[in-house]
Ligand binder design. Sequence first.
Ligand code: SF4
Length: 400
Amino acid sequence: MTDNLEKTRVLSGMRPTGALHLGHLCGVLLNWKKLQQRHECFFFVADWHALTTDYAAPPGAAQTRETALAWLCAGVDPKRATIFAQSHVPAHAELCVLLSMICPLPWLLRLPTYKEQKDSPGRDLDTHGFLGYPLLQAADIFAYRAGAVPVGEDQLPHLEFARELARRFNHLYGRTESFRAAAKSALDSLDAGARKSLEACARRYRREGDADSLEAAMQLINESAAEKNKKKILRAHLLYDAEEIIPAPRAVLTEAPKLPGTDGRKMSKSYGNAVALFDSPEEVCGKLARMQTDPARKRREDPGDPEKCPAWDLHKIFSDKKKQAWAAEGCRAASIGCLECKSALAEGVNKTLAPIREAREKYDKPGTVEAILRKGARRARAETERTLAAVRRAMLLQTR
Ligand code: SF4
């Protein structure tokens, strides 16, 4: 994460779609643990998002609790991060409805995830909810005015969609007389040369989307003598030619390590190939013993190639360097058997999972997770109300 994101508020969510596994731990939760050290974080169980695809068999409240419980046991800290369930914060839905009024339908229809998944066999996703789920994601982000959203590469188009939507909203509702006056006063406070350069960059950026012009203009604003509030107005003038009612979020690309399941495909509950965070040590050993290996090692005396073995991908994450060297050399020289190798891997996985299992005793008590979710939702509702008040005002709705 770059320096200018240091103080940024972070929002991220996860659907309650089943027992969390090593893929969730390595792909999401370890990153959340780092983010919560340095950022104000809002992490939510995306139970409404789950309904966009699983409406016929809703995961239910127990699954929401189980998801939050796994986060807590994995080290997501309710004292550092706000943890809540999406459906406990109605502002997400209200904002989604209001944004739907300005969201051009082709923007949603052209998103790759919609085109790829709409005709998935075995489920009918030709629904308003599924088409609109990126809009709900945008509402999730905007409700907290989150500056940074950790995403995988496949979610980048959704973030770009949210950024475009924020720009459209600000452009539609932020071009008020008072903003024009404030922008003029901020521009007048610059010396003539800086003002001229800034206006030229702003024109090029708005007309052609020229990234260099944007960067040059941002630098000019940062280096100008204008006070903090005027810099903010100048940035909004540059980005939207309007007040920034909804900040456009930035994607923080998270690189998840390759994490195969026991059958060699990506680890996923739906493939039935996952090692769950709350599996017992014996279950972990049993699952990994059945894990696929390099097909060239039909017999113990056949040498193998770790790079062709899914168990090796897990060794690289869960075993220390010494054990990795032992496994790689032993595999190539056929001096160890696959069962022996996978048993050593299970030790590493169990070492990682031991504190998570232990933490379950602390958190898995009647009412504990529920109280954390309730407290998080209270904090989240208070935060979202500020955004909603500004959005309602901008759209000329009756204030409450
Ligand atoms: S020895 Fe280890 S790395 Fe080699 S094929 Fe067997 S399980 Fe995989």
